[in-house]
Design a protein around this ligand. Structure first.
Ligand code: DGL
Length: 254
């Protein structure tokens, strides 16, 4: 039976279905070396991309409440799928907590493309949400936006499975249609960035929004009056299930 882990006074939590959000976590840590952080990998419930939006919304609210009960005041949803499913809902339901979410970086892609063809790689859940539709309405005008869902890829990355054939399959239409900017619209994909880059024509630009999300998280934390000068601890919580030994996980009974 897992104990209730101590989050060591962390006021900022970073949440994902697995290890994808550790990219955002690292960017936060680089900018705020002394802040106390808690990271939650929802291994027991992921992959979010294979769940319905309703399931992910309910689960994210449940995890947010767990963290808030332990003193967390800023929750960074370092997951495009969970942000698409739950961000508006969380802000409505839990108005005393600050939520920072993610969306595929279409705006910078629109600014940088020369061919007018940009590709977004993401889970199916991310494309289903209202968040993505409104993003295309606002920033997609005049662009040819390739919505490339990549079923199974995030969890293959998570579990050390075979990503090679999945990448070949999902990048073929991106190459064929001439995208010159590719957005990593799932926080797991930067973990195979080199493998993606190798498959794309030279000069294709890849956008990972993690640094921008980290900057936003710290802005929001400062606005919320959170002291960034803590003990510099990171608590890694997992809800169980398969995960490797990359991080010092503590299992939380959630
Ligand atoms: N890392 C998550 C994202 O950014 C998705 C992974 C999953 O399918 O659980 O969308």
């Amino acid at each position: 039976m897992a104990a209730d882990p101590d989050v060591r006074g962390a006021n900022i939590a970073v949440l994902d279905s697995g290890i994808g959000g550790t990219g955002v976590l690292a960017e936060i840590r680089e900018r705020a070396p002394a802040v106390d952080l808690v990271y939650v990998a929802d291994h027991g419930f992921g992959a979010y991309g294979e769940r319905t939006l309703d399931e992910v919304r309910a689960r994210t609210e449940f995890l947010a409440r767990y963290l808030i009960d332990r003193g967390v005041r800023v929750v960074v949803i370092a997951c495009n799928s969970a942000s698409a499913a739950a961000l508006h809902h969380l802000r409505e339901r839990l108005p005393d907590t600050s939520f920072v979410g993610m969306e595929p970086a279409l705006k910078p892609a629109a600014e940088r493309t020369r061919t007018g063809v940009v590709a977004i790689l993401a889970t199916g859940a991310t494309f289903q949400g209202e968040l993505f539709k409104s993003l295309v309405d606002v920033h997609g005008e005049g662009l040819n936006v390739i919505e490339q869902a990549c079923p199974g890829l995030a969890w293959a990355i998570e579990t050390g499975g075979d990503t090679s054939s999945l990448l070949d399959r999902y990048l073929a239409p991106v190459i064929e249609r001439g995208a010159d900017v590719v957005v990593l619209g799932c926080t797991h994909y930067p973990l195979v960035r080199d493998d993606i880059e190798r498959r794309l024509p030279a000069g294709t630009e890849i956008i990972d929004p993690a640094p921008a999300v980290a900057r936003q998280a710290l802005r929001v934390a400062e606005e919320a009056g959170i002291d960034l000068a803590g003990g510099g601890s990171t608590t890694y919580l997992t809800t169980g299930g398969d995960h490797d030994g990359r991080f010092p996980w503590e299992t939380a009974a959630i």
